[in-house]
Each structure stands twice: as structure tokens, then as C-alpha cells.
Write a protein that binds this ligand. Structure first.
Ligand SMILES: C[S@@+](CC[C@H](N)C(=O)[O-])C[C@H]1O[C@@H](n2cnc3c(N)ncnc32)[C@H](O)[C@@H]1O
Length: 255
């Protein structure tokens, strides 16, 4: 008899076939309050991390960007705006971004006609493990606070590399593990005691935020995740810690 394949869902092990549905339930539930909760949980720091990531990504005029698990579209908007500010100085075409998310509720929660008015932004419902783009489509692929929710992360990394042009760049911003023991202790205290309660108060959903905190702890540490990028075929892989390793930006190139 073959043993059923299991994967982590927070601190639980569940059949791999069930994870996508469980993750979808979480994000269906949190979608309407996602942006407010993000600001509340991180005290606004997620905006600084995203700004730091964009500075490293260095968007250029005319580039095509795919933001996988892009949710409400924070990073894709930043990408297009940053490329436009470069174009203002040096000239060049507008950048174009595609926000891909498995969850239509999250995509819908991000629709904002005012913010999106002059941006070439397309929302696509799709799975990180099987992206709806041809090989070599994009200059830049990003995944921000998304990869830990994906059932088969190796498969998703390979598919994100597949849709990059040769020379294209990949970036993953994700919660990580602070190397400092004291910082990790403070961070654990805050995460397990404050975040699920905030989720209960602001989003009326303590369980989903309990999952989010647990999923962060189950995610591979910085060097182990860098190794996963190399195994997926990325080259010149590197990473940098933000806020003492609470969060890390990983990158790799397709040659
Ligand atoms: C924590 S949110 C991050 C959203 C956004 N990137 C941000 O930084 O605000 C995680 C997102 O991953 C999406 N997601 C989970 N599994 C996915 C998959 N297999 N393919 C595409 N998106 C997925 C969820 O629907 C959710 O929108």
C-alpha cells in the first residue's frame, strides 16, 4: 500500500491534496480585511519591506513583471510606478504587470480604479505551480509572502523560472527566521500572542491568522530556501535579511 503524501498546513500535517483548498478557505476569509490586517500586524513595516524589495528589483521601463500570489496588488503597483519614474528621467515605455493569484477574492479585494487608473495592470486567476504564461514571457517574476502557502514549492519555483526570459530575475520576499535567539523569542511572543487575537478582533477570524503565524514557523530557513532556488535551476542565488531576519528577500537569475 502506498503512503499518502502529506504537507504542512501550519503546525498540522495534512494530505497534500487538501492543502490548496484549505489555503483557499483562509484567503477567502481574510480577503476583505487583508490590507488593514497587514498594516495592523506589521505596524506598517510590510510597506517598508516592499519598498526595500522594489529598490533591489530595480524595475526598468518597458519590463514585463509577473507578481505571483500577488493578492491585492501592492508589489505590482510599486513595480510599474518605479519603472515610470525611471522612464521620466531616461525615457522608455511603460512597464506592464500581471498579478496572478489562485484566489479570486484576493484579486477582487485589490481592485481600486483610482489607484490603478494609469497603470498597465492585469489580474489573472492562476496557480503558482502551473502559471498561465508561455516560456520566457517575463523580465521579472516576484512572489511576496506567497510561497509558503503553495503546496509544491519546488514545482512553483521551477514554473516561475520557466516563465522568465533568459537573463530574467526572480525575487521572493517571505517571512523568515531571525538568527538572533533573543529577537526570535520576542518575535515568537508577538506572533503567537498578538497576531491571532488581532485577526479575531479586526477580521473576525482568529484561526486563519493562527495558520499564518504557524506557516511562517514551518517555512525553511534562509540558506535552505536559497538551496531550493538553486535546485530549481536559478543561478547567482542570494538573499538578504530585513529587520534582523524576520523577513528575507531571496533572488536568483535565469541564464
Ligand atoms: C499572504 S498573501 C500575500 C499577498 C501579496 N503578495 C502581498 O504581499 O500582500 C498570500 C497570497 O498567496 C495566494 N496563493 C496561495 N496559494 C497560491 C497558489 N498556489 N498560487 C497562486 N497564489 C496562491 C493567496 O490567495 C494569497 O493572496
Amino acid at each position: 500500500m502506498t503512503k499518502e503524501k502529506t504537507v504542512d498546513f501550519g503546525f498540522k500535517d495534512i494530505p497534500a491534496a487538501d492543502k490548496a483548498g484549505r489555503v483557499r478557505d483562509v484567503f477567502d476569509s481574510v480577503a476583505p480585511s487583508y490590507d488593514i490586517m497587514n498594516d495592523a500586524m506589521s505596524m506598517g513595516v510590510h510597506r517598508i519591506w516592499k519598498d526595500m524589495a522594489i529598490a533591489k528589483i530595480n524595475p526598468q521601463p518597458g519590463e514585463i513583471h509577473i507578481d505571483v500570489a500577488g493578492g491585492t496588488g501592492d508589489l505590482a503597483r510599486r513595480f510599474i510606478r518605479r519603472a515610470a519614474s525611471v522612464a521620466k528621467r531616461r525615457g522608455g515605455a511603460d512597464a506592464k504587470a500581471f498579478i496572478v493569484d489562485i484566489n479570486a477574492e484576493m484579486l477582487l479585494a485589490g481592485v481600486d480604479e483610482k489607484k490603478d487608473a494609469s497603470l498597465d495592470l492585469t489580474r489573472v486567476c492562476g496557480d503558482a505551480q502551473n502559471l498561465p504564461f508561455e516560456d520566457g514571457f517575463a523580465d521579472v517574476v516576484t512572489i511576496v509572502f506567497g510561497i509558503r502557502n503553495v503546496t509544491d514549492r519546488d514545482r512553483a519555483l521551477k514554473d516561475m523560472r520557466r516563465v522568465l526570459k533568459p537573463g530574467g530575475r526572480f525575487f521572493c520576499l517571505e517571512f523568515s527566521t531571525p538568527p538572533s535567539v533573543w529577537l526570535k523569542q520576542i518575535y515568537d511572543l508577538y506572533s503567537f500572542n498578538v497576531i491571532p487575537r488581532l485577526g479575531g478582533l479586526l477580521a473576525n477570524d482568529q484561526d486563519s491568522y493562527q495558520y499564518l503565524v504557524e506557516s511562517i514557523r514551518k517555512f525553511p530557513k534562509q540558506e535552505a530556501f536559497a538551496q531550493m532556488l538553486r535546485q530549481a535551476g536559478f543561478e547567482r542565488v542570494g538573499y538578504t535579511d530585513y529587520t534582523g531576519g524576520v523577513c528575507a528577500l531571496h533572488w536568483g537569475f535565469k541564464t
